[in-house]
Design a protein around this ligand. Structure first.
Ligand code: NOJ
Length: 588
């Protein structure tokens, strides 16, 4: 009898244990912080757009020799991963995003041996290296495309070749290219059209063809076997097109996109590519235009990851309608809403990327900050995005506070996207030329693609030759040498910030909470982790703005760090923030 009671008690305890632990897991998954601490979540990634980074051989074009010479600079900055924008052979219709050979290095940049030296050099310095994987399209000079022009070739079905409508007079459907005119180009010899959702020289690959998917897997293996640590996957959510390629909603921009964004087989194809990367100790980050956090979870949820992280565009569109060219007034509230939404929705379920500048957008100080308050606003913007939860990405020159450029005429620009937008604005939206040019100057990708300013010598120390694209005229004042020498520079702020982000547990793993949601001048949030917290205060205003510490934060008890004005302020819970002031307080 006694034994039975013990048995009963034992069963009772077991039941309670399982119920309680079940509840704990249930509540944790509801909103608690169940973050898997994978290594890629502790990286700070630096993006190199090779053509403009550093020229090692004096031909005016950035190259791998130049990169080799700057590995110590990158290590000193504290970054621990490099993302290379395309280094592959390319006719440069879209500066490398039109690839002619996936298994080689462009002659302008060096060769595979030199790349291996860079890879080893980076690894020796504790830095990972990821490649850009551009497989939505190839270049039109890729051998697959050249062979595919023959309708009887096995490569024909590597691309989307279709007969035109009206006996070939009209393209197969009404889709528009994101970069230039219609999304179809006719091959006069065969009379068929091929699809290009980007530039004419970027024909789309047909991932419905298993042979194409095998090629992609082989390309991934090629680089992973060489030792690279992962991929940034270009417009990867565009790779599955709707069957039959039906007409799109007839809009002047982006017509047809609804038939290839998150297409019908996207998860199947990404699942297959994931099987390759799962065999290696690597990570992937996918580029996903028009992505929402709910949709993103279908790709990056910890429980079923097709990608480890995702670049979305919602926060950077706070001053534009769909594309940077269509500018609107900058609305801080929209930017905050997007950041907060991604922070909250992904927390504990997936991992965010953190970026505000890259090779596709203008420079952030000119865009969201102030050139007049360059140093203050540059540091504030850095704190603002990097101290959120996620893996931060820094774009070359961002750490130097580089600014937008201004050239004299549209013909001086080289970005195919801006040239197309300028034409569309004039011819379809009936904008006058002057206004269209101003929109172009502000939005062009060329703004972030000017050569990196290393010092105040000729051509900013970027090259001993003639730079392929004009160096920004402000290089005498803004350059790495000057930035490194000044303890209060933007560069030295990034250096401190990167170190802090890599080392501080709250900055890495903490939960996020936003305050002052309705302010169009202040962006204030806190992070908390294991009983510690951090308050991040950012002013986006050139004026003084009154500030009251949010309830529960006594600034007297906090430790101020990473501020962008001298730390001469009296600790109070209510005060006026100075132009673009940024303060961070830590609480134990
Ligand atoms: C996104 C890349 O970031 C951009 O530079 C490129 O032009 C398009 N994808 C097309 O590859």
């Amino acid at each position: 009898m006694r034994v039975d009671i013990y048995c009963l008690l034992y069963y009772f305890f077991c039941l309670c244990y399982y119920k309680i632990s079940g509840f704990i897991i249930f509540f944790m998954s509801l909103g608690g912080n169940v973050i898997m601490k994978e290594w890629y979540k502790e990286l700070v990634v630096y993006q190199i757009w090779p053509r403009s980074f550093c020229d090692g051989n004096g031909d005016g074009i950035g190259d791998l020799e130049g990169v080799l010479s700057k590995l110590d600079y990158l290590q000193d900055l504290g970054i621990n991963c490099i993302w290379f924008s395309p280094l592959y052979p390319s006719p440069n219709a879209d500066f490398g995003y039109d690839i002619a050979d996936y298994r080689d290095i462009h002659k302008e940049y060096g060769n595979l041996d030199l790349f291996k030296q860079v890879l080893d050099g980076a690894h020796q310095r504790g830095m990972k290296v990821i490649m850009d994987l551009v497989v939505n399209h190839t270049s039109d000079v890729h051998e697959w495309f050249i062979k595919s022009k023959d309708p009887s070739s096995p490569y024909h079905d590597y691309y989307f070749w279709r007969k035109g409508r009206l006996g070939g007079k009209l393209p197969p459907n009404n889709w528009l290219s994101c970069f230039e005119g219609k999304a179809w180009e006719k091959d006069e010899k065969s009379g068929e059209y091929y699809l290009h959702v980007f530039a004419k020289k970027q024909p789309d690959l047909n991932h419905d063809n298993p042979k194409v998917r095998q090629e992609v897997k082989d390309i991934m293996k090629f680089w992973l076997d060489m030792g690279v640590d992962g991929f940034r996957e270009d417009v990867i959510t565009f790779i599955s097109k709707r069957k039959g390629l039906p007409n799109g909603i007839p809009l002047p921009i982006g017509c047809g996109i609804e038939h290839y964004m998150d297409g019908p087989n996207i998860h199947k194809y990404l699942g297959e590519y994931r099987e390759v990367t799962d065999k290696y100790d690597c990570f992937t980050v996918g580029e996903a235009p028009m992505m929402t956090p709910d949709n993103a979870l279908k790709y990056v949820d910890e429980k079923k990851k097709e990608l480890d992280m995702m670049f979305h565009f919602q926060h950077i569109e706070a001053d534009a309608f769909l594309i940077d060219f269509l500018q609107t007034k900058f609305k801080l509230k929209e930017m905050k809403k997007a950041f907060t939404n991604w922070q909250n929705k992904l927390n504990g379920r997936a991992w965010n990327t953190l970026y505000i500048e890259n090779h596709d957008h203008p420079r952030i100080i000119s865009r969201y900050g102030s050139e007049k308050y360059r140093v203050e606003s540059g540091k504030m913007l850095a704190n603002m995005y990097m101290l959120q939860q996620g893996t931060p990405f820094v774009y070359q020159g961002q750490e130097l506070g580089m600014l937008n450029t201004r050239l004299d005429s549209i013909d001086d620009y080289v970005d195919c996207f801006v040239k197309n937008n300028y034409e569309v604005a004039i011819n379809k939206l009936h904008m006058n030329k002057k206004k269209a040019f101003e929109f172009a100057v502000k939005s062009t990708r060329d703004n972030s693609r000017t050569p990196v300013q290393w010092d105040d010598s000729k051509n900013a120390g970027f090259t001993t030759g003639t730079p392929w694209f004009p160096v920004n005229k402000n290089y005498k004042q803004i350059n790495a040498k000057a930035e490194m020498a000044d303890p209060n520079s933007i560069y030295n702020h990034y250096k401190k910030l990167i170190k802090f982000k890599k080392e501080n547990e709250v900055a890495k793993w903490g939960d996020y909470k936003e305050y002052y949601k309705n302010s169009d001048k202040l962006y204030v949030y806190s992070r908390s982790y294991n009983g510690k917290s951090m308050l991040v205060i950012n002013s986006f205003s050139p004026e003084r703005v009154p500030f009251e510490a949010p309830k529960g934060f006594d600034l007297d008890k906090g430790t101020p760090i990473l501020c962008n004005y001298e730390n001469n302020f009296v600790q109070q819970n209510g005060f006026k923030l100075r132009p673009y002031e940024a303060r961070v307080y830590l609480f134990d």
